[in-house]
Structures are given as C-alpha cells and as structure tokens.
Design a protein around this ligand. Structure first.
Ligand code: SAH
Ligand code: SF4
Length: 385
C-alpha cells in the first residue's frame, strides 16, 4: 500500500519527502499541486524533477473518495454521498450564499454520541474517518466546483465540521485536516472561516485551543442537565457547567470573540419560555459579564425514527426574542437543501447500524418521554402556535 498524500498536512508531507531523501521545500510544491491545483497525477507536476515524480509514483498516490451519489437542490445546495468502504458512506454538503460558499464536512461514519434528534446519532458508530477521508471531501468538492462553475478562483470560503460524526472524538485525524485547510499553501482559509462543531467533549475543547484554535460551535440544545442528559447523552459525562467553563477558557484562544451555541428547536421539548429563561441564566452565570456567545436556533429537521417534531415558527421567534431582549445575539438558521435531505441532522449516509443504536434509542424513548413530562409543557397541536 502506498501513502495517500491527502493524509498529510504540510508538516507531515515534509517528513514524508525527507523520507524519500528530498528537501522539505519540495513538499511545499507538492502540497500546492495537490490542494491548490487539484492534481492527482504526478506527471502533471511539471516543476518537480522527473526523478522525484518517478519516486512518488512508486511510494504514493492521491485518492479521493468514490462518489456514490450527487444531488443538487433547487436552492443550489449540493450533497455528495461518498463511499468509505465496508458498506459505510458519509456525506458532505455545499451551501452557496451571496458572499460565501460553505462546505459541511463529515468526521466519522456514524456517531457514538447518539443524540436523540440526529439522524447520524440514530445509526450508531461505525468508525473514525482518516485525515485523508476528511480532507478528500474538501479536495473533491473544491475542484469539482471550480470545474463545474468554470473558474480558477476559490469557491469554498468556509468549512464547517457539522456533517456526520463528532469531530472532537476523532481528534488525531481532525487536526492535520484543519491545518491543511488553514495553510496558505493549502486552502488558505482563515481560522474564523473554519468551524469545529462539538456536542461538548470538554478535554478536547481545551486541546483544540492549544493545537489549532479555529471557530468553535457548541451544540447546546438544552438549558439544564436533566434535559440535556437525554437529548445529548454526552452531557452525563461533561455536564453544562463544565462545558460552559471550557467555552470560557476557549475564548482566550478563539479567533472570534464569541462561541456559537447551536440550539435545535424541538416542539414541546426545549422551546418554552421557561427554557429561554434558564438559558439566559446559564450564560449569564459564566464569564465575567456573562459568556460571550451567539445563539443559532436551528429548526429541527424531522425524521420518522426520532419521534420529535419541529417547533412552530412563532415559538421559535418568541424564543429568539427572549434571548435578544436579554442582550444575547441570536439568529434563526435558514434551512437549506431540504428537498434533497441535505439539511442539518438529515445526513444519514448508508451506514450499517452495527451498534444497534436504533433498538437502544427505542427503549430509551420511554425515559425521554418522562423527562418531557417533568417539564411544564404540552406539545402544540396547532401549528400556528
Ligand atoms: N457532532 C457535532 C457536529 C455534527 S452535528 C455536533 O453535534 O455539534 C451538526 C449540527 O447539526 C449540530 O448542532 C446538531 O445538533 C445539528 N443537528 C443534528 N440533528 C439535527 C436535526 N435533525 N435537525 C436540525 N439540526 C440537527
Ligand atoms: Fe453525533 Fe452531533 Fe449527531 Fe449528536 S448531533 S449524534 S454529536 S453528529
């Protein structure tokens, strides 16, 4: 097996080149060919000595992931399903907007966290992606889009690690991939334009601050531990106070002066005025004058096995207003790519349910319903509520 050069950040590629008896600066040339030009054939690399090209042909390759399908939405969103072997597949989504192009990238096949409202979580965990498999999603999408749009200019300006999987549970593969995204010889994205989204792996948030402090999004989804324990089971290990303290520490290193909190609006579960009050209290308790944060309210994208419903629009607006009135910057996320199942949490791939997550979730639903009953809410029947 030869090495897939998509597995390396620039430093890793320099070490690889040194192993071939080549100077480190050759790695920079090679890295630029791969990531900036989208080359996958060593014969294309005209400024590399023929002897080096020959050496590379016997020791290395540059391989994207096989594309199983590609769907284009009415709104320009594109979703790719990539084959990662053994019956596993992962998805990436390109979301074009007026002033940017965002790629949503997967970090694992399936996910071990098992959030109730997430289609990936319902599949259970298959395996971590390698650095090459993470980076191949960006490499393929960027160079496909340039060809498709007939441009030499960069198309993808932002990357969000919000596809399938928990990126901070695949830390060692994630870091070189992030470094290649940021590298001026790679994709040259600024730290503010690369976002890691996490359900709250506290020790890894601290490590990310040291190793590669990009923008951080934290999937909160509940304002108290009792509810979050059920919605985001990782909360039982890293409860809210610990998580918010980690966010506070991260702010000292973050490229933006706020943390983004994602909050998926679930009808009758976490969308009541009481929940907004608890959230305000939670963020005000942390930091010197409250934790510097922004809320992004995500309309829940339903899927049958979840047994959950999307909060009605007026309720989302009322929730946003409560946070705004307390001085917290709050936005409501537009859903994109709905018609091709490319919206948040719909990324399902074709991962086998190896860990019997679906069975487990079904038995846990009972406990979940009990928690909902503890909270003084009645799920609305009238969608205008
Ligand atoms: N594991 C990471 C990143 C992937 S999930 C995390 O949890 O942050 C990316 C985002 O999509 C998270 O905020 C997640 O909570 C949200 N999400 C998951 N399922 C969803 C659904 N069905 N509808 C809307 N958002 C969802
Ligand atoms: Fe995993 Fe994120 Fe889905 Fe939770 S929301 S199951 S952490 S991918």
């Amino acid at each position: 097996m030869t090495a897939n050069l998509l597995d390396f950040d620039l430093e890793g590629l320099a070490v690889f080149c040194e192993g071939l008896g080549e100077k480190r600066f050759r790695a920079t040339q090679l890295f630029r060919w791969i990531h900036q030009r989208g080359a996958n054939d060593f014969d294309q690399m005209s400024d590399l000595a023929k002897s080096l090209r020959e050496k590379l042909k016997t020791t290395a390759h540059i391989a994207a992931l096989p594309v199983l399908s590609q769907h284009m939405s009415q709104d320009g969103t594109i979703k790719w399903l990539f084959d990662v072997g053994d019956g596993n597949a992962v998805e990436s989504v390109f979301i074009p907007e007026d002033d940017r192009g965002t790629l949503c990238v997967s970090s694992q096949a399936g996910c071990a966290v098992g959030c109730r409202f997430c289609s990936t979580g319902h599949q259970g965990f298959s395996r971590n992606l390698s650095t090459a498999e993470i980076l191949a999603q960006l490499w393929f999408a960027e160079h496909f889009l340039r060809k498709h749009l007939g441009t030499d200019e960069r198309v993808i300006s932002n990357v969000v690690m919000m596809g399938m999987g928990e990126p901070l549970q695949n830390y060692s593969a994630l870091i070189p991939a992030l470094k290649a995204m940021l590298d001026d010889h790679g994709y040259g994205l600024s730290r503010r334009r690369v976002t890691v989204s996490t359900s709250g792996v506290v020790p890894m948030i601290d490590r990310l601050a040291q190793d590669c402090p990009v923008a951080l999004a934290v999937s909160l989804h509940a304002p108290n531990d009792a509810l979050r324990d059920v919605l985001v089971p990782l909360n039982r290990k890293y409860p809210l106070d610990e998580l918010l303290q980690a966010c506070e520490r991260y702010l000292a290193h973050a490229p933006r002066d706020f943390i983004t909190f994602e909050y998926c609006m679930l009808d009758g579960v976490n969308d009541q005025p009481e929940h907004a009050r608890q959230l305000i209290d939670l963020v005000q308790r942390h930091g010197r004058q409250g934790l510097r944060c922004k809320f992004n309210l995500i309309p829940f994208n339903p899927f049958p096995a979840s047994g959950l419903l999307r909060s009605p629009q007026p309720r989302v607006q009322a929730f946003a207003k409560a946070l705004l009135d307390a001085g917290i910057v709050t936005t409501v996320r537009k859903t994109r790519g709905d018609d091709i199942d490319a919206a948040c949490g719909q990324l399902a791939g074709d991962v086998r349910d190896r860990t019997r997550a679906q069975e487990r979730m079904a038995t846990q639903r009972h406990a979940h319903e009990q928690v909902i009953r503890f909270t003084p809410v009645t799920p609305s029947k009238d969608p205008s509520q």
